[in-house]
Design a protein around this ligand. Structure first.
Ligand code: HAM
Length: 419
C-alpha cells in the first residue's frame, strides 16, 4: 500500500515554518487591531449561491471552486475568498454595530488552481473590510494598511497599482467603447479572452497573455462620471499625502466582479517574475447583490500569507522563531518530583520558552538533546543538586555554568537575571 499524502496544492506547516507563520500572523493582527479593526471569523463552508452572486464570469467562480453536495443534497463551497462571507455575516446580524464597522480576518481559502510556487489550492489570506462608508478616505486607509503590512516587515520593493473602474453607469459607457476597440482584434486574442469579450469585456484588459497587444486600449478613467472622477482624484491626493508610492495601472480591473470605483494591487518581482501580494478595492454594490435594497458600501483588501512568507524568505527578512530558552533535565525520579513541584511556580514567557526533558538518562544525554534542539540553556537537577537545594544552569553557547536557587529559576525565565 502506498503512503497517504496530503492533497495536491495543499501544504503542511511544521516548525520552524509554522512558528514563523504564527509570528507573522500576530504582527499583522496587532497592526490591524491597533487601527481599530476587530476579528471576524466566518465558516470555511458557505452556500454555493453566495459565491455565484459574485459574478459567474470570474475564473474563481467558474473554474476554481471546491463545490460539493452535503448529505441533504445542498450545494456547499469551500470559501475561495472572505469578502462575500464577511458581508453575508454582517447582513445576518440582528443587532447591527454602528457604521462604519471595521473587521479583520486571517484564514484559509480554497481555489482549484494549477499549483505552482506561490499558488496553492489551500492558501491563507489576511485582510480587512470596512463596511458602511463610501468615502475615498476609507480607500486610502485600506491601501495604507495593506502597504503597512509589508513595509513594517521590512519589505520595500513594492509596486502599488491603483485604478478606478467607476460605477455601473460609467462602466456601461466604457464597455461600449471597449467592445468597439476589441471586436476587430477578437481573432488575435487568447481563447479565454474570446469568451470574455462577450461575457465580461473589462476582464480582457488585465489578461496576462494579451496585455501587450492592448497597449492603446481605451482607459476606464477617461469614462468616469463626475462623482467617480472626484472620488478617484481625492484618493490620489490622499495617497500622495500619505507618502505611498503608487502608479495608476489603466489595465487593472481585478479578477472578482464585485468591485466599483477603486481597485488596487500590491505586487513585487521575484526572479523577474511578478508576484501579486495583495489586492482589493471598493465594492459598494456587493451587499445589494446578496440582499436587494440594502445600501452598504464596502472597501477592503486581502493579502496572501504564503506569498508574504516567500517574499520575506527571498529577501532574507524572515523573523526568527524563538529558540527553547531553557531545557530542564531532571536526572533522577526525585528530581522529577521536584520539577513537578516547580511547574506551578514557573511562568515561562512566549519569548523565553522552556521545555522539560523528562526522559534524560544522564547529564551527557541531556546536553546532547539540548544541542540538537538548539536550546540556549540547560538546567539539570541530579542528586547532588537536590541535596544542595540548588540547581546548575549551563549556557550552551559559552559553556558557562552557574548555580541557582530553585526560586531563582522563575526570575531567569522572566528575564530578570542573566546567566
Ligand atoms: P484576490 O486578489 O483574489 O482578492 O486574493 C488576494 C490575495 O490572496 C492575492 O493577492 C494572493 O496574494 C492571495 N491568493 C489568492 N489566491 C491564492 C492562491 N491560490 N495561492 C496563494 N495565494 C493566493 C480577494 O480574494 C479579495 N477578496 C480581496 C478583497 C478584500 N477585496 C476586497 N476586500
Amino acid at each position: 500500500m502506498s503512503r497517504i499524502q496530503r492533497p495536491r496544492g495543499m501544504q503542511d506547516f511544521i516548525p520552524p515554518t509554522s512558528d514563523i507563520m504564527e509570528i507573522l500572523v500576530n504582527r499583522i493582527a496587532d497592526l490591524f487591531r491597533s487601527y481599530g479593526y476587530r476579528k471576524i471569523d466566518t465558516p470555511i463552508l458557505e452556500h454555493t449561491e453566495l459565491f455565484m452572486r459574485l459574478g459567474e464570469t470570474t475564473d474563481v467562480v467558474q473554474k476554481e471552486m471546491y463545490t460539493f453536495m452535503d448529505r441533504k443534497g445542498r450545494s456547499l463551497t469551500l470559501r475561495p475568498e472572505l469578502t462575500a462571507p464577511v458581508v453575508r455575516a454582517y447582513l445576518e446580524l440582528k443587532e447591527k454595530p454602528p457604521l462604519p464597522v471595521r473587521y479583520y480576518y486571517v484564514g484559509p481559502i480554497f481555489r482549484y488552481e494549477r499549483p505552482q510556487r506561490g499558488r496553492y489550492r489551500q492558501a491563507h489570506q489576511f485582510g480587512i473590510e470596512v463596511l458602511g462608508d463610501d468615502k475615498p478616505e476609507i480607500d486610502l486607509e485600506v491601501i495604507y494598511l495593506a502597504y503597512r503590512v509589508y513595509s513594517e516587515l521590512g519589505l520595500s520593493e513594492l509596486e502599488v497599482s491603483v485604478n478606478s473602474i467607476g460605477c455601473p453607469q460609467c462602466r456601461h459607457r466604457f464597455r461600449d467603447v471597449l467592445l468597439k476597440y476589441l471586436q476587430p482584434m477578437r481573432e488575435q486574442l487568447c481563447n479565454d479572452c474570446k469568451v470574455r469579450i462577450d461575457k465580461n469585456p473589462l476582464r480582457v484588459l488585465d489578461c496576462k497573455v494579451d496585455r501587450d497587444k492592448l497597449s492603446d486600449a481605451p482607459r476606464p478613467i477617461d469614462y468616469l462620471c463626475d462623482e467617480c472622477r472626484e472620488h478617484f482624484q481625492r484618493l490620489l491626493e490622499l495617497l500622495n499625502k500619505a507618502g505611498i508610492p503608487y502608479q495608476i495601472d489603466h489595465k487593472l480591473v481585478r479578477g472578482l466582479d464585485y468591485y466599483n470605483r477603486t481597485v488596487f494591487e500590491i505586487r513585487t518581482q521575484i526572479n523577474s517574475r511578478v508576484l501579486d501580494l495583495a489586492g482589493g478595492g471598493r465594492y459598494d454594490y456587493l451587499a445589494s447583490e446578496l440582499e436587494p435594497k440594502v445600501n452598504l458600501p464596502g472597501c477592503g483588501f486581502a493579502g496572501g500569507l504564503e506569498r508574504l512568507y516567500m517574499l520575506l524568505e527571498e529577501s532574507g527578512k524572515l523573523p526568527e522563531a524563538p529558540e527553547i530558552f531553557l531545557l530542564i533535565a531532571p536526572l533522577t525520579p526525585t528530581a522529577k518530583d521536584k520539577v513537578v513541584e516547580l511547574l506551578n511556580k514557573l511562568k515561562p514567557e512566549r519569548s523565553r520558552p522552556l521545555t522539560i526533558h523528562w526522559s534524560a538518562r544522564s547529564l551527557k544525554s541531556a546536553l546532547k538533546y539540548a544541542d540538537r534542539i538548539n536550546a540556549l540553556n540547560v538546567a539539570f537537577i541530579g542528586q547532588p543538586e537536590l541535596e544542595a537545594k540548588r540547581l546548575k544552569v549551563r549556557d550552551m553557547r559559552t559553556g558557562k555554568q552557574v548555580e541557582l536557587e530553585f526560586d531563582e529559576l522563575r526570575t531567569l525565565l522572566e528575564g530578570g537575571s542573566e546567566l
